[in-house]
Design a protein around this ligand. Structure first.
Ligand code: ADP
Ligand code: MG
Length: 245
């Protein structure tokens, strides 16, 4: 099991108010699953992703990542687990503008203990860029790349360290529909090569590339279904609304 989460809760205190962003989430993700996390704005998707991605800790509950209990780790240890076991992809790409695609991909290795010497880092970064279909764009800077190419660079950077899980928060949020499909094809390819993937999205088109859909509502898991059943349930609900109106 890559992810084993039990009763994850997260409170935010804002002045005198307490916001229950997560109210006891249970989630298991096995190796080589490809899971979409959906839900309306404010339902807790990013809060959950931040905890699962070891960027934040739950107020209550237990989280095991790849067999290690991370919910009780201190921040230094948590940061190490995050760097070694998790690859992140964001809506905004998060590339450094002055560096080439190759240097952007290589950068995390420069700061990691297992990064190796210059030549081996470079070789691994090149291989990652080739894997995402950018072997011919390695020396381009971000402003010389399209949105889809920038996201490919970000994905190459995320998979470089061979993460236990690849996590993406709205990875196609800044992309048009053709490019969205292209990026989802790339995620599907990585999945078929064995990568475990978790994607936060509000786009049905993105969820359709995943095998399983977890829907959050008000900080709780409202449903957790294989994609075919999720689609069927949603169609039935839409039909019921149409009949009623
Ligand atoms: P989503 O990603 O699904 O839109 P979030 O996880 O960002 O939802 O937010 C869940 C709830 O927690 C919302 O009510 C949001 O306003 C609140 N929230 C998120 N982050 C913070 C924070 N840092 N401080 C206070 N409230 C927060
Ligand atoms: Mg969010």
């Amino acid at each position: 099991m890559i992810i084993e989460a039990r009763g994850l809760a997260r409170l935010y205190r804002v002045g005198v108010e307490t916001i229950h962003a997560l109210r006891g989430v249970d989630l298991d993700v096995e190796g080589n699953e490809m899971v979409a996390i959906m839900g309306s704005s404010g339902s807790g998707k990013s809060t959950l992703m931040n905890i699962l991605g070891c960027l934040d800790r739950p107020t209550a509950g237990e989280y095991r990542l790849d067999g290690r209990t991370v919910s009780s780790m201190g921040s230094a240890e948590l940061a190490r687990v995050r760097n070694e076991r998790i690859g992140f992809v964001f809506q905004s790409f998060e590339l450094l503008p002055r560096l080439s695609a190759l240097a952007n991909v290589e950068l995390p290795l420069v700061y990691s203990r297992g990064g190796g010497w210059w030549g081996s880092r470079r070789r691994r970064a090149k291989a990652a860029l080739e894997r995402v279909g950018l072997g011919n764009r390695m020396h381009h800077r971000p402003n010389q790349l399209s949105g889809g190419q920038k996201q490919r660079v970000a994905i190459a950077r995320a998979i470089l360290g061979d993460p236990a899980i690849l996590m993406a928060d709205e990875p196609t949020g800044n992309l048009d529909s053709t490019t969205t499909r292209e990026i989802m094809d790339l995620f599907a390819q990585l999945h078929s090569e064995g990568q475990t993937i978790l994607i936060v999205t509000h786009e049905d088109e993105v969820a359709a590339s995943c095998r399983r859909v977890v829907r959050l509502r008000d900080g709780e898991v409202a449903s957790d279904l294989p994609i075919e059943r999720d689609v069927a349930v949603r169609r039935a609900a839409e039909a019921a609304i149409e009949v009623a109106s």
